[in-house]
Write a protein that binds this ligand. Structure first.
Ligand code: AHR
Length: 320
């Protein structure tokens, strides 16, 4: 039995060593969107950590929210002859030409955290994302359950126009509340996934909605916009989390802090570790020719105030 364990352990260690020595020769170019949110900053840090763990040479290009910069970065990665390209696509459309160039150069592309609108799924190796429609749906279902039969006017802070999470989180939420005619979205506008824009848009909603008095709930497509909305509501003399229900997506530490302080009611977690599974898929593909599934789905989980203080403590030093 002991000998069997030793042999097994040695085989595993050798397999890991050959995986990591393979990874040490690998260069990955990552076209990141920018740093619009705490979640995005966390994804960038985690990607660096996961690359370091595997000895991968990672080159990051910050696109400052512009698709044209992402396209330029991908072309530059192709010219440099990197081993793989990761891209977090700022919007869903307009990728076919540049991804075809990567495909012609035989460089596998992995989509991270957002998907693209293309008829040709051979343009990328795999997409590592959560189910963003589901995230919107659970947010809507949580709200419907919490509100019960009372009438409820909802204001919605949407993510970046044309981005897959903004499209899908709206879709999922709309589907969930469609079953509850007492729930109505009265205002819906983009806050571009940022705190500053979330606050600005929320201020305009408050003005338009009777000083905020006719608002029953705020649904934000990410936590950063929700934190901006909380600030706007407090400055208007309202009590977010008490007078107004607050539900959003990401589960960043600041939102747990807001929940622990009674200023938010629910968040749906989006893991910032998209890169770990992406690196593993690329290594298995390049080393052993193993094709990953087209979609590597990450988990989404609802968090409520009862565990917020504990979750905040566990996450506050993660640096995002
Ligand atoms: O694509 C994921 C979304 O993009 C996150 O929810 C948001 O915070 C980010 O900027």
């Amino acid at each position: 039995m002991k000998l069997k364990n030793i042999v097994l352990g040695t085989v595993c260690a050798l397999a890991m060593m050959s995986g990591s020595s393979f990874a040490a020769d690998l260069t990955v170019g990552f076209s990141q969107i920018g740093s619009e949110s705490g979640w995005r900053a966390a994804e960038t840090s985690v990607t660096k950590l996961e690359a370091k763990k595997r000895g991968i040479d990672l080159k990051i290009a910050d696109a400052q929210q512009k698709q044209e910069n992402q396209i330029k970065a991908i072309r530059s990665f192709i010219a440099q002859g990197v081993g793989a390209i990761f891209v977090a696509p700022v919007v869903a459309t307009g990728w076919d030409d540049v991804l075809k160039e990567a495909k012609d150069a035989k460089i596998p592309v992995v989509l991270l955290d957002r998907t693209i609108d293309s008829k040709d799924d051979s343009l990328y190796l795999t997409a590592v994302t959560s189910d963003t429609v589901y995230e919107g749906r659970v947010a809507g279902e949580w709200l419907a359950k919490t509100v019960g039969d009372k009438p409820c006017n909802i204001v919605e802070l949407q993510g970046t126009v044309g981005s897959s999470p903004a499209i899908n989180r709206k879709k999922g939420f709309d589907e969930a509340i469609a079953k509850h005619p007492n729930l109505k979205i009265t205002r819906s506008q983009t806050g571009d996934f940022t705190r500053a824009k979330g606050k600005e848009v929320m201020e305009s909603f408050i003005k338009a909605e009777n000083g905020g008095k006719s608002i029953c709930a705020v649904y934000a497509h990410n936590d950063d916009m929700q934190i901006g909305a909380i600030q706007a509501l407090k400055e208007a003399g309202l009590k977010p989390g008490k007078d107004i229900l607050m539900v959003s997506i990401d589960a960043v530490p600041d939102l747990f802090k807001a929940m622990a302080n009674g200023e938010a009611n629910a968040t749906v977690e989006l893991t910032p570790n998209m890169a770990g599974p992406a690196f593993d898929a690329v290594i298995a593909y390049k080393k052993d020719g193993k094709m990953p599934p087209k979609w590597i789905q990450t988990e989404s989980k609802v968090y409520l105030p009862d565990t917020a203080a504990k979750e905040y403590e566990a996450r506050k030093d993660l640096g995002y």
